[in-house]
Design a protein around this ligand. Structure first.
Ligand code: SAJ
Length: 404
């Protein structure tokens, strides 16, 4: 049975490790956080994602997925660690990728395949990973340079949507960029064990750009929708209706405006393109500025709604970065709440997905959030909020997500 060592058991690493472990591979899942390894060894999961607990439990029970704090010899190494943004420099923080790569150097053997799944700035695979992995004394296999001391290297970026990770892991098309064709083909064979979508082979840097372009395209589209929403307010139209009708055109698909763009992907990845070529990316930089400016626009709407009220209390519904997930990383809802707090507003915040204690103003149910509020502010499009009955609310409602 082929061995795979997955480095990082987070939002991508754990589903990927569990998927391989239930499709005929022996998987060592490496995670540096002790508590995560403990949780998994107790048969539980640390991430809320539809279907993940069942899949991970099956993988763990079969003995084909073994959580570990350290890597070991393997046929394949898959790096699936975070690549966050260095906030000041607006550049990718590659420290996790680098230490994951360094941790496998002592175990790398000729013929092994190393795959980078983490979304990374252009040229990371060839310029950052290659020199680290070659410290093993082996050389990366490049076109025509294969030898008895070669290892293989490819970038295969994850492209799955939080909330639909397991479905998309199986059904999405994938892109694989090898340091050479042999690496691409080896990676294709591996992913074919569970991927039902098409698999496209290219080189590593193209694969890096493909992934970044996808998320940047979405960011630009959302910024356009956000800008349209500001214009709509000025010219006195309903933006949701206007977008719905515009999208009836066969070649138009405008995304939804909202309180900003959050999460660890769409608000981050465009900067990886900018860092590669700042002088030719004004549109991408402006996009980031527009979307990052949306929380302040929401605060402006709130201030207008409660202008007459002394010491107003705002019910904030939703903390996560988008609907029906539990993730508050880089959430625009949190940013809005921070701005409102700084303005001295009274706040009562509720999110059905976020355990108590995330922010000081959090309450444990929707009634407690709405009770005595001078305005209701909907910040996340959780399905549960769609049931909200407006007849029960006698104050202004600001619905930044068109939930109602
Ligand atoms: N958002 C809007 N308006 C919209 C759509 C989204 O304001 O019309 C906001 C969301 O509320 C959220 C943010 O954008 O705050 C991002 O949410 P998302 O659902 O667009 O994307 P993510 O970050 O959850 O996942 C994205 C996906 N990329 C694309 O759809 C191109 C996913 O496929 C990637 O795998 C993921 O990034 C990733 O890991 O890179």
């Amino acid at each position: 049975m082929k061995k795979i060592c997955v480095l990082g058991l987070g939002y991508i690493g754990l589903p990927t490790a569990a998927m391989f472990a239930t499709h005929g591979f022996k998987v060592l899942g490496v995670e540096i956080k002790k508590d995560v390894v403990e949780i998994l060894n107790n048969g539980d999961v640390h991430i809320q994602e539809p279907g993940l607990k069942t899949l991970a439990q099956a993988a763990l029970k079969s003995g084909n997925l073994i959580p570990s704090l350290k890597p070991d010899h393997s046929d394949v190494f898959i790096i699936a660690v975070p690549t966050p943004l260095l906030k000041e420099e607006k550049k990718g923080d590659l420290s996790y990728v680098i230490s994951a790569a360094e941790s496998i150097v002592p175990f790398l053997k000729p013929g092994n395949l190393v795959i980078l799944e983490s979304t990374s700035p252009p040229r990371t695979t060839m310029d950052i990973l290659v020199p680290i992995l070659e410290r093993s004394g082996l050389e990366v296999s490049r076109e025509g340079s294969e030898s008895a001391t070669s290892f293989y290297l490819a970038h295969c970026p994850e492209r799955v949507l939080p909330g639909r990770i397991l479905k998309e892991l199986v059904h999405n098309d994938r892109v694989i960029g090898g340091a050479d064709r042999a690496a691409s083909q080896m990676a294709r064979e591996l992913y074919s064990s569970f991927v039902e979508g098409k698999i496209f082979l290219t080189d590593a840097t193209t694969a890096e750009m493909v992934k970044l372009m996808e998320n940047t395209y979405r960011d630009v589209n959302i910024a356009l929708a956000n800008e349209f929403s500001l214009v709509a307010e000025k010219v006195g139209i309903n933006i949701w209706e206007a977008i719905e009708i515009a999208n009836r055109h066969p070649r138009v698909n405008i995304l939804k405006p909202g309180p900003g763009v959050g999460g660890h992907c769409i608000a981050v990845d465009p900067w990886f393109i900018v860092q590669a070529a700042p002088e030719v990316t004004p549109l991408i930089q402006m996009t980031r500025q527009v979307n990052d400016g949306m929380p302040a626009q929401v605060v402006r709407l709130v201030k207008r709604a409660v202008a007459e009220v002394e010491r107003p209390v705002i019910a904030c519904l939703g903390l996560t970065y988008k609907g029906d997930v539990d993730d508050i990383r880089e959430s625009p809802a949190i940013r809005v709440i921070e701005l409102l707090r700084a303005e001295g507003f009274g706040l009562q915040a509720y999110d059905p997905f976020v355990p108590m204690g995330a922010i000081p103003e959090q309450v444990s149910n929707i009634e407690a959030a709405i009770s005595g509020a001078d305005a209701v502010l909907i910040l996340t499009d959780h399905s549960a909020f769609k049931e909200l009955y407006l007849g029960d609310i006698d104050c202004p409602v600001i619905d930044t997500r068109d939930v109602l």
